[in-house]
Design a protein around this ligand. Structure first.
Ligand SMILES: C[S@@+](CC[C@H](N)C(=O)[O-])C[C@H]1O[C@@H](n2cnc3c(N)ncnc32)[C@H](O)[C@@H]1O
Length: 181
């Protein structure tokens, strides 16, 4: 009886934490939606990500992009997400896929890792147009001269993509756009 109550309590706390994280994310204009692996793979392939390179995912969600970059492309991954739910989900996911050596996950606002962006070979983004518009000057100021930025589904306001490819994300046709400084 006591065990059942304890399990029910833990489960309820988890559901409450999970649902409130999703609600906060929607209210703050950054819904937690995870991209399809296929779309991520197309982006990494288009950018020519390879062994030894470093891939950043700003707002990494469940870290799928970094796990694919590490397992299938031999890259190192760095991800950051301000949602505590996404952070833990990413860490557990990385661990389950045995990529803890190659993929680092941090919790917090991605602006705090701006100094590291100069060393990024590839920055992957799946953020709304409004968010991209806000971070555009900051991001292009901090990336390196050869860093490739890929945006899935959404576009920057001022920079023009140098390559675009069609892909399928969440069962819908969309585009991945590549940018440089
Ligand atoms: C649409 S999801 C994308 C998740 C993942 N990158 C993917 O492609 O599946 C956007 C994520 O960005 C995170 N996010 C939005 N703004 C952020 C910020 N300023 N700092 C850190 N994370 C942020 C949200 O918490 C959310 O998990």
């Amino acid at each position: 009886m006591l065990t059942t109550l304890l399990v029910a309590l833990i489960f309820s706390v988890f559901v409450l934490f999970w649902q409130s994280s999703l609600l906060i994310a929607v209210i703050t204009g950054s819904p937690i939606v995870f991209a399809s692996s296929r779309a991520i793979r197309d982006g990494l392939r288009l950018a020519g990500v390879g062994p030894g390179q470093t891939v950043f995912d700003l707002g990494c969600g469940d870290a799928r992009s970094l796990i694919i970059a590490s397992r299938e492309f031999g890259a190192k991954g760095i991800g950051i997400d301000r949602s505590i739910y996404s952070y833990w989900r990413a860490r557990v996911n990385v661990w389950i896929h045995g990529q803890s050596k190659n993929v680092t996950i941090m919790q917090g606002d991605f602006h705090k890792i701006e100094k590291q962006l100069a060393h990024a070979d590839f920055v992957y983004l799946y953020l709304l147009n409004e968010t991209l518009a806000k971070i555009e000057p900051w991001l292009f100021q901090h990336i390196g001269a050869r860093t490739v930025v890929a945006s899935l589904a959404f576009s920057f306001s001022h920079h023009q993509p140098y390559k675009t490819v069609e892909t399928t994300n969440l069962a819908q046709k969309t585009k991945i756009r590549l940018y440089r400084r």
